[in-house]
Write a protein that binds this ligand. Structure first.
Ligand code: MRU
Length: 339
């Protein structure tokens, strides 16, 4: 079954609410929800009903603009905005977008600009990545970086879908991405919607896929990138980068400039969100491990910059040495899309 773009829009401005597709229900149910209060906005982000670094930035931006109108007291608004800003700690886009809206005299116009810019940046990332995708490439990806993760056209998945539309016939090996299965539930679904050939695999199959299935390259997204190229992304990404290096396979990270945190020298400063044990002790609603099992459940890991072959950004492909090329990216003028 195919759905319209508006059915699946990660985030929409609905006038008196921020709309979103509940990503927890996909691919089996497409249900749109409306967040109107700070509790609802915060919960949508924390429960991953809205997820993906750029998408939570856009959602948080609209959320704060909505709350400014809803809350008469400046104190109450400041507290609510702080809750939205801190709803998840690792993706830099959320705090960046909320700060940008807070610093503006017309918060709704600013949130709309952030959303428009995301759409345009995703398209530019997809264009920039095209040269890196050979014809008939077998591509491995992890987590979900498609339109529902960005509220635009997607980052890593945007590059892949664009390459498919350009006739390159990629075949995508999709890591299911334990524990919340963003790959199994969302990436495979988005690729199917776009008519791109895909094969779903458990995360542990990545090594043998590289060894036996002829993977040509890996592309993932990012939640926060330090000045030296250290990259926080969904748990399991670091392992993939090590595997790719072992097999001599290029490892690309596709992300907008807003995902770079130029204020941190390396990845050691990145706060890694740890999530609740039940996500690991259960598989969906089904309990698997002992209920009281001691669990380590980091939502992200940090891939050292030296394992990243190149970053695909809306400013083009950024290559090593990152100590020079990433600070140079910081100096580029900010991306602005007029209304
Ligand atoms: O916990 P999630 O699902 O929000 O994690 C998302 C990821 O790690 C994505 O790969 C990243 O945000 C890039 S989205 C374009």
């Amino acid at each position: 079954m195919s759905f319209s773009e508006s059915d699946l829009a990660a985030v929409s401005w609905d006038g008196d609410a921020v709309g979103y597709v509940d990503q927890r229900l996909l691919p089996h149910e497409v249900r749109r929800e409306r967040a109107r209060t700070v509790d609802e906005i915060e919960a949508a982000i924390q429960t991953l009903a809205v997820r993906g670094a750029p998408a939570i930035g856009v959602f948080g931006a609209y959320g704060v603009a909505l709350l400014r109108d809803a809350l008469a007291s400046d104190d109450a608004f400041a507290q609510a905005a702080a809750r939205v800003r801190n709803a998840r700690p690792t993706a830099v886009n959320l705090a960046w977008a909320v700060d940008r809206v807070l610093g503006s005299s017309d918060m709704l116009a600013e949130a709309k600009a952030i959303h428009r810019e995301q759409i345009a940046m995703d398209a530019a990332i997809a264009d920039a990545g095209l040269e890196l995708i050979p014809k008939n490439a077998k591509i491995l990806t992890h987590c979900n970086t498609g339109p529902i993760a960005t509220a635009g056209g997607g980052t890593a998945l945007g590059v892949i879908i664009h390459a498919a539309r350009a006739g390159k016939k990629p075949h995508v090996f999709v890591d299911e991405t334990r524990p919340l299965l963003q790959g199994g539930r969302l990436t495979y679904f988005e690729l199917a919607q776009a008519g791109v050939e895909a094969t779903l695999q458990v995360d542990g199959a990545a090594a043998i896929a590289m060894q036996r299935k002829g993977i040509d390259l890996v592309i993932v997204g990012a939640d926060r990138i330090a000045r030296n190229g250290d990259t926080a992304n969904k748990i399991g990404t670091y392992g993939l980068a090590v595997l790719a290096a072992h097999h001599g396979i290029p490892f690309f990270v596709a992300a907008p400039r807003t995902t770079f945190d130029f204020s941190i020298a390396d990845g050691s400063a990145i706060h890694i969100e740890e999530r609740k044990a039940e996500e690991v002790t259960s598989f969906g609603p089904t309990a698997v491990a002992m209920k009281d099992a001691r669990v380590y459940n980091p939502a992200f890991d940090v891939t050292p910059g030296h394992l990243v072959t190149a970053f695909i950004t809306e400013y083009g492909v950024i290559r090593p040495p990152y100590a020079e090329s990433i600070p140079a990216l910081a100096d580029r003028p900010a991306w602005r899309v007029l209304a």
